[in-house]
Design a protein around this ligand. Sequence first.
Ligand code: GLA
Length: 386
Amino acid sequence: MTDLRQDTLDSFAEIFGRPADGLWSAPGRVNLIGEHTDYNEGFVFPFAINRRTIAALGLRDDRIVRVGSSFADELVEIDLSDLRPEALSGWSSYPLGLAWALGEFGADLDAVPGFDLLLDSNVPVGAGLSSSAAIESAVGFALNDVWQLGLDRRTLARAGQRAENVAIGAPTGIMDQSASLLGERDAAVFLDCRSLHAEIVPLGLEAAGLEIVIIDTRVSHAHATGGYAERRASCEAGARALGVESLRDVGVDDLDRAREILDEVTFRRVRHVVTENQRVLDTVRTLREQGPTAIGDLLDASHRSMRDDFEISVPELDLAVETAQANGAIGARMTGGGFGGSAIALVPTDALSRVYVALDGAFAEHGFGQPDLFTVTASEGAKREN
Ligand code: GLA
């Protein structure tokens, strides 16, 4: 990380021919539990991870914006007066889309100065660890500082979501950006996506001798297309048919009535969201009362619900979860939007190598590509580095 920071500053000076004004960073996230609940105004329980996007930025005295990154060779240039979602494409839609979205939350884009920006990141792309939210949060945090906007972290999260929804065209919720901005070391963010009230809940993994293992299946996914939007539409249709504003207003006790009203598929989509909200509440309570060793069954149940009711898992994710569970994990589930990406497993430190070996073996046996296996720790949210 220290190297990444220094490298980013060095590259900035080389590319733009001047030193950066400062360095900012923001993390990716893992969702411990609460999937596809955020856009239903429900509960989520993610944490920020120790993989970050670094943003080196220097203000200019004109209105030009130039953005470079370690993901692409090109330098993208745009005049702030031309900054509109329709004018953006490719990877630069994330940083530039965020700059545009700040205009929707109070920045006067006709008055602010341009900037040079260089991004680097060690959040794996397409792994379901929110590399995009890490970019949006790092850039939002940096521009909030240099443009002196005075926006709080929650508002920056909403700007990130707006960039994602409008500039990228992915109809995602508020979870990823909230985790990236509100996360704290060794703790998860219990977020009510209706009120945006957040509580920081200590995870206590180290004291319990537990690790969070990421099993990146390397099956890539995209939320701007296909399944994610379809699921969201089903949830909205379910809420309409049940006469509620959002599925947040449906409880586990209402499911019998919902079964009578809804078609079979919509009912299962609704049942996932409603039971998942309850599992988030149960996980937070169990964690507080009994510690992390007691939450495994809730993680397992969450995976089953996504596999059978919401139908967003893939064979590689199911294999990852089952193999981890059979080899010492306390609990496991796919994490993120689904259709690929990563699973997480809660694993006692002394069972770690057994789980790794079993996963490598099982993937090979099924003819799947090798998964990428690593542990993550809960880390702090967006910050200024220097
Ligand atoms: C993606 C989205 C989030 C959330 C999850 C599913 O990560 O960006 O807003 O909907 O999927 O829980």
